[in-house]
Design a protein around this ligand. Sequence first.
Ligand SMILES: Nc1ncnc2c1ncn2[C@@H]1O[C@H](COP(=O)(O)OP(=O)(O)O)[C@@H](O)[C@H]1O
Ligand SMILES: [Mg+2]
Length: 266
Amino acid sequence: MSILETKNLTRLFGTFTAVDGLDITIERGEIFALLGPNGAGKSTVIKMLTTLLPPTSGDAFINGFSIKTQTNEIRKIIGYVPQMISADGSLTGYENLSLFAKLYDIPRNQRKERIKEAINFMGLADSAYKLVKEYSGGMIRRLEIAQSTLHRPPILFLDEPTTGLDPIGRNTVWEHISALQKQYSTTIVMTTHLMEEADGICNRVALMARGKLSAIGTPEGLKASIGKEGATLEDVFIHYTADNLGESGSNFRNVSIERKTTGRLG
Ligand SMILES: Nc1ncnc2c1ncn2[C@@H]1O[C@H](COP(=O)(O)OP(=O)(O)O)[C@@H](O)[C@H]1O
Ligand SMILES: [Mg+2]
């Protein structure tokens, strides 16, 4: 059985269709990314899969449990790092983790050990007793990952985990996400609008535009499929969404051109 399967997953806001009939299957142990420009519907998908937002129609199954009718079962087996910062800046890293250990009902006699392991695993041993408001962006993200995996969920959802981080912060976050997959076989489902970034780390990616799935596959397979020498995932995205670009797509194209130009100049 696949760890996650969506069936015609759909969400409307009023008359606007934010997620339109999504059919995706994710296998155990994959690092899987939902890619697409702002407004594509990525966060809405993650919110439905984490039971925070009910679908308008369709369903999804995690370990066979329905996100519609078995939300309690699902909440026990998932971890979730939201797009917005969720750690408490006025507490230390250790204190934040303690709160989550209680929230997840980790037995009292295992809490200390579990927290220590998470701190070491996420490379936060030197700063565990500092206030989180002193942390860098990358450290906060790693703390949030530690928090949301204390109960050792088989699947972890991360919404834009590296947006806003500098390159060093981004790399340390990626390294630790990879380590979770290797060490604990955690299935990782994440979103990003940074295409180049997903290329290096993800086993498979799904490209989303305007609520619809436009292509899915391995980064290598997708790049090979468009018949262009030296294709990037951005080329793949533009290729598969050409019919469906509309406003968000052309913005995305402009943004990526700008970014390249800035990179050359800087
Ligand atoms: N609570 C909401 N009410 C109305 N519209 C929403 C709501 N949440 C998201 N949307 C709209 O749905 C679309 C997809 O949003 P979102 O899933 O956040 O995209 P992404 O994460 O890919 O940037 C956007 O057009 C957004 O404005
Ligand atoms: Mg989002």
